[in-house]
Design a protein around this ligand. Sequence first.
Ligand SMILES: NC(=O)C1=CN([C@@H]2O[C@H](COP(=O)(O)OP(=O)(O)OC[C@H]3O[C@@H](n4cnc5c(N)ncnc54)[C@H](O)[C@@H]3O)[C@@H](O)[C@H]2O)C=CC1
Ligand SMILES: CC(=O)C(=O)O
Ligand SMILES: [Mg+2]
Length: 372
Amino acid sequence: MKIGCVREIKPQEFRVGMTPGAATEAVANGHEVLIEAGAGMGSGFADADYVDAGAQILPDAAAVFAEADMIVKVKEPQAVERAMLRPGQILFTYLHLAPDPEQTKDLIKSGATCIAYETVTDRNGGLPLLAPMSEVAGKLAPQVGAYTLQKANGGRGVLMGGVPGVAPAKVVVIGGGVVGTHAARVAAGMGADVTVLDRSLPRLRQLDDMFGKTFRTAYSSRATTAELVSQADMVIGAVLIPGAAAPKLVTRDMLKTMKPGAVIVDVAIDQGGCCETSHATTHQDPIYEVDGVMHYCVANMPGAVARTSTLALGNATLPFMLALANKGWKQACYEDPHLLAGLNVHAGHITCPPVGEALGMPFITAHEALSV
Ligand SMILES: NC(=O)C1=CN([C@@H]2O[C@H](COP(=O)(O)OP(=O)(O)OC[C@H]3O[C@@H](n4cnc5c(N)ncnc54)[C@H](O)[C@@H]3O)[C@@H](O)[C@H]2O)C=CC1
Ligand SMILES: CC(=O)C(=O)O
Ligand SMILES: [Mg+2]
């Protein structure tokens, strides 16, 4: 198979979908690897590294899209990239379709087979291709939140760890999965007073067992969320219902009860965000204010630490990329229901029910797509 990888064109996105290491593996498996010139630069990989791996460098994205049977990326394809997809081509990348009707319509129109990293599952109920970037974004969240809390950046002027005689910042993390756990650990490590909310009691028990001395846990009801949010210096949004739009747990009314200069870091923004007042921002212009509350809502946070993120993502995607290339998408998905769970769009159909439900658009199941 011809596997193509293009330079990411989303603003300030420096990750790349394929490392030279992954290219080496693909070539060793008998595939041709086509890399857009400069694709790896932002992550510290030169074209020569890919050539050493046995890949071919093509001058631009158009050449890669035209030749490749499968495109491997990081972020959802932008409009100009979507226009280059064709029926039968495989797209393997993050998609986050539930809050994005325009992208969804374009992918349907393309006729391509689009497999989303974020809905691939594993046998433990986890999301193995989302997890590495959730680890990164979770660890970044208190870091960017602490910067936003500084007075000159619009924040309350509160230091995360406080000092002797002065209380630390109160941090509330909504969602105790991968993002939430990493965010809570880092925020607690900075000395903040941290509470993690989740609606899964088994998850709260696990967190309490593992981190009971590091941070508190609370059940995610409306009333508890409202109370904790009103007291918080920083709220970190980290919920997920796989494939679906994020539930709006912090309402506009709750925002009015927050302290002036408090900060919301809505990591869940790639699924639409869990605060009613969140909208996606970019690394170029990451922060905005509503009702005196500072919002940081960058939808590709891991792009800020591209080298770490590219390596971490590459480790996770490699076996799935090889399965798709070695067996073809249909056989690979037929043999592996966890990879099949990643199928979001195929041959003009939405194939991920939560996406169809979120957008009010018709859908078939991924299983049905195997016979389309
Ligand atoms: N902005 C960015 O750059 C990035 C965003 N993300 C996003 O962060 C979000 C979280 O991802 P993960 O931590 O990997 O997901 P996860 O599945 O590991 O954790 C989500 C948690 O949310 C909990 N949850 C669901 N509904 C809830 C509710 N009503 N109240 C409280 N908790 C609730 C679940 O029980 C689960 O523990 C996702 O939307 C993901 O796409 C991930 C990486 C980068
Ligand atoms: C998960 C995601 O959207 C990202 O890493 O950019
Ligand atoms: Mg206010």
